[in-house]
Design a protein around this ligand. Sequence first.
Ligand code: FAD
Length: 108
Amino acid sequence: PPDVEVLGRATWTFLHTTAAYYPEKPTPTQRANMLSLIRALPMLYPCSHCASDFDERVKEHPPNVSGRLGLSKWLCERHNEVNEKLGKEKFSCAIGNLDERWKDGPSD
Ligand code: FAD
């Protein structure tokens, strides 16, 4: 079976980076594709208990695909729910903090 930690880090990297570079004003096609990506994830993710948990959270909190700010924050909140479950620290979902980690890097 895959290493759930390595898989998780790689998946969060992909998702947060993709959200950070998602358009401010996505086209209807871009929105539909992002929604498909998020909804497909729990159906294919090779950690079944991770996947079923994530599926429930996504159903409770419908993805905000309206633009990069909303999407980045939505994803940060879902990741924080997993952090909480695993006893990890919460991450600040302020856009400045998210961009520093996933887009721009530290400013100095
Ligand atoms: P990760 O949680 O992988 O985070 C990587 C980096 O992201 C951190 O170092 C930090 O810089 C940044 N970060 C942290 N929190 C946030 C945030 N809220 N927003 C933005 N950036 C942040 N593991 C399980 O054991 N059980 C599960 O049920 C489970 N479910 C998962 C569901 C999904 C959809 C995914 C993608 C992963 C899941 N994992 C699960 C894996 C788990 O979330 C971690 O990826 C893994 O434990 C490795 O943790 P880590 O401490 O290296 O940091």
